[in-house]
Design a protein around this ligand. Structure first.
Ligand SMILES: NC(=O)c1ccc[n+]([C@@H]2O[C@H](COP(=O)([O-])OP(=O)(O)OC[C@H]3O[C@@H](n4cnc5c(N)ncnc54)[C@H](OP(=O)(O)O)[C@@H]3O)[C@@H](O)[C@H]2O)c1
Length: 305
């Protein structure tokens, strides 16, 4: 089969011919309908997170996939051949961007019936991290004001929808034409961060969900109301700086959790938009990886093997 593989830290991945993986005890072989790329894949390939997620080369890229069950490993009784599933593999194992992938049976979740299977690949990391940020870390309440940075990004597009679902007033930062996309997702106010310093456009915010970091994180403290909460995704925030300002800060560390992903699937079945920047074939996967690495994707980048 063909798979997108890392060959060394710091090099763009390449498509290789590799043996089809075999499911071990408790595992399932999935025929991949779609595999979504995430910034974490880029960080793994660059070697930036090898302390947490070491890989050995060659190693197949990707954690997020949707597909159909092709074969069951011994002891698997909860799934049947042909079931439509989604999952997030362990980042150290990867393996998603390939024609076939193995995953622990306990990590699988029935794919949402309301959207195409290929598109459902966009959910596992981005939507479940958004769920964690909105519903578990921030516990957003009706009437609260939330600032969502990078509202058109993979995670941000889900944060907007989940925050609206919680009844929050949603303000988001994007650039250019993405304003229309995020309004359709339910954003109440949209700030073009390339034209306006968001600090001049909003104040008294209960929660900031920041998937940008750096200067954006530092400036976000200026718009929070006393006791307000900064929820950071790219790296752990400067906790001391927040505390010194009478604010709270939390880092979301997303760990795969089939129970949480099943809750995401339930809301997707109720009606939820998956913003897809592009869907490419495996022969375009390396270019798509390099595109995602530039940090300007509008929604999910999906590979369809
Ligand atoms: N902690 C965790 O467990 C966890 C889980 C998931 C993701 N993350 C992290 O969260 C971050 C975002 O992930 P993602 O999947 O959403 O990435 P993504 O889809 O690649 O985000 C791209 C988006 O960011 C926007 N953007 C870039 N700079 C911006 C700025 N200064 N202000 C506002 N928007 C800006 C871009 O808009 P423009 O094109 O307009 O610039 C683009 O739409 C990554 O660092 C990722 O590693 C962490």
């Amino acid at each position: 089969m063909k798979a997108l593989q890392y060959t060394a830290y710091g090099r763009s991945p390449v498509v290789n011919d590799v043996p089809e993986p075999a499911p071990g005890p408790g595992e399932v072989l999935v025929r991949v309908a779609g595999a979504a790329l995430n910034p974490l894949d880029v960080k793994i390939g660059a070697g930036h997170v090898q302390e947490f997620f070491p890989i050995t080369f060659p190693s197949t890229v990707g954690t997020d996939l949707a597909g159909t069950v092709e074969r069951l490993g011994s002891g698997v009784t909860d799934w049947s051949v042909g079931d439509a599933v989604i999952t997030r593999t362990d980042p150290t194992a990867g393996g998603a961007v390939a024609e076939f992938a193995v995953a622990p049976a306990t990590s699988l979740v029935a794919a949402p019936a309301a959207i195409p299977l290929t598109t459902a690949a966009g959910l596992p990391t981005a939507a479940a991290t958004a769920w964690q940020a909105v519903n578990e870390t921030a516990e957003l309440k009706s009437g609260q004001r939330v600032l969502v940075h990078a509202g058109a990004g993979g995670v941000g597009s889900f944060v907007i929808q989940l925050a609206r679902r919680a009844g929050a007033h949603v303000v988001t930062t994007v650039s250019g034409a993405a304003a229309e996309t995020v309004r359709k997702l339910g954003a109440d106010e949209v700030i073009d961060y390339t034209r306006v310093d968001f600090r001049t456009a909003i104040s008294d915010v209960d929660v900031v969900v920041d998937s940008v970091g750096g200067e954006t994180e530092a400036r976000s403290l200026d718009v929070l109301k006393p006791g307000g909460l900064l929820v950071s995704l790219p790296v752990p925030p400067d906790f001391a700086r927040a505390t010194a300002r009478g604010l709270r800060a939390e880092f979301v560390f997303h760990a795969s959790d089939a129970g949480r992903l099943a809750k995401v699937v339930a809301v997707v079945n109720e009606g939820f938009d998956i913003v897809v920047d592009r869907t490419v074939q495996l022969n375009g996967a390396a270019d798509a990886f390099d595109y995602l690495a530039q940090g300007h994707a509008k929604g999910k980048v999906i590979v369809q093997p």
